[in-house]
Design a binder for this molecule. Sequence first.
Ligand code: NI
Length: 197
Amino acid sequence: MRLLDPLRFPIGSPHVKKHLSDSERSKLIDQIESAPALLRQAVAGLTDSQLDTPYRSNGWTVRQVVHHIPDSHLNAYIRFRWALTEDFPKIKAYNQDAWAHLADACYGPVEESLALLDALHPRWCRLMRAMSKRDWLSKVMHPEDGLRTCEDFLIIYAWHGRHHIAHIPSSPFHSALEVRNFPIPVFGRFFFGDMDY
Ligand code: NI
C-alpha cells in the first residue's frame, strides 16, 4: 500500500465510484459550486507574506495554490464541453507544476483567480445540472489515464477544490489534518500522475 503525505493530501484521495445516484451527483455539483466562496473565505485577510509562504516544505506557496485552482478548473470545464460535443475526444494534459511557476501564478494578486472562479463555477455548474444520465457517461481519452467519463471528472474536481482549499491553514477543511488517522491508503493509481489536476 502506498501512503499519502498528509500535508500534501489533507483530505485524502477521492473515492472513485461508478454509477452515481442523482443525489450523489447533485451533492458533488454543490461542492463545486461552493468552492469559490470557501476559497475566498480561506484566504481572506492573508498578508502577502502569508500568501508567499509554502503550505508545506518544498510545496507551492498559498498564492500558487490559489492560482492553480482555475488553471485546473478551466481545463475541467473545457473537458466537459469536449466530452459533450465530440466522440471520445483526446484531451490535452498540462504540466501543472510548470503552469504554477509562470509569472502570473507566482506573483499575481489572488483576487484575479478568485474572480475567475466566481465567473467559471456558476456556468460550469449550470451546464452540469442540465446533463442527462447519458451525458454523464460521455467519455474523453486522457493521454495518461485512458478513458474518463464526465462522472469521473465530477468526482475528481469536487475533491480537487476541497483538496487545495485544505492546504490553506486558515481554511475550513484544514482541521481535517488534526482528525485524520494515519496512514491514509491510496485508492489506485488514478490520482498519482498528478500532472494535471
Ligand atoms: Ni491540483
